[in-house]
Design a protein around this ligand. Sequence first.
Ligand SMILES: Nc1ncnc2c1ncn2[C@@H]1O[C@H](COP(=O)(O)OP(=O)(O)O)[C@@H](O)[C@H]1O
Ligand SMILES: [Mg+2]
Length: 240
Amino acid sequence: MAPIKQKTIGNNILLYTDDLFSEVSVEMFEAGYWQEQNKIIGQATGRGTTFFFREKSRDFVLRHYRRGGLIGKLIKDQYFYTGLENTRAYQEMHLLNTMHAKNLPVPQAVAAKIARHGMLYRADLILQKIPQANDVFTILLTQQLPATIWHKIGVAIRQLHEQQIYHHDLNIHNIMLDNNDKVWLIDFDKCKQRKGDAWMADNLNRLQRSLLKEQAKHPDFKWQLHDWQYCIEGYEQGIK
Ligand SMILES: Nc1ncnc2c1ncn2[C@@H]1O[C@H](COP(=O)(O)OP(=O)(O)O)[C@@H](O)[C@H]1O
Ligand SMILES: [Mg+2]
């Protein structure tokens, strides 16, 4: 496992693993820094805006931690600081590092910034961009997926659960498919290793609810309840 290094600059704590980012700076976590150099190659809007940038022939994702729900309307991106190890960015970076070492289909974490402001902090994360991939939600807006892919999605979730990793927000936007038909899982904010198995079915139910919700919202959504069965079969069989 690549060790996670740490550096403090003013009130910022920077975490980084990748050799490419041996010279980490506070500016690297600002979209404007990449924009000025014309290195932004795209963006995705979810809760906030996720930017994609290219540096030294490699593609990265830059994500700012933002709150969702009601609290999020008042306090958009600040969290209580109760120690570095409890920060969202530290936890996601460490979890991704552990998962990567176990060969799980997740992007590699590259660097994180935790900016302290007294009792509060803001945080950002830089990840490896999954090459030539689309999230499954976007694919399903125009294209149906074959049973083999649904099966693979089930297998990927099973792999995660075999390592006791709970996904806090397993919805169809957080599953990606690349041009080699490999399934990837993303968005590990608030995810963690958990004991037991009571929560595993909740993860699957959450995903099914997300599919049903999108189907109700988009009349032409290319998913049917029938496809769910292939996903469950993949989950039950796991990797053989
Ligand atoms: N590592 C990645 N590689 C490629 N695309 C990504 C990656 N991480 C996120 N994305 C894209 O950006 C979107 C939003 O990112 P995500 O991490 O899910 O943030 P949020 O859901 O909080 O907005 C995803 O649905 C996906 O389309
Ligand atoms: Mg997401």
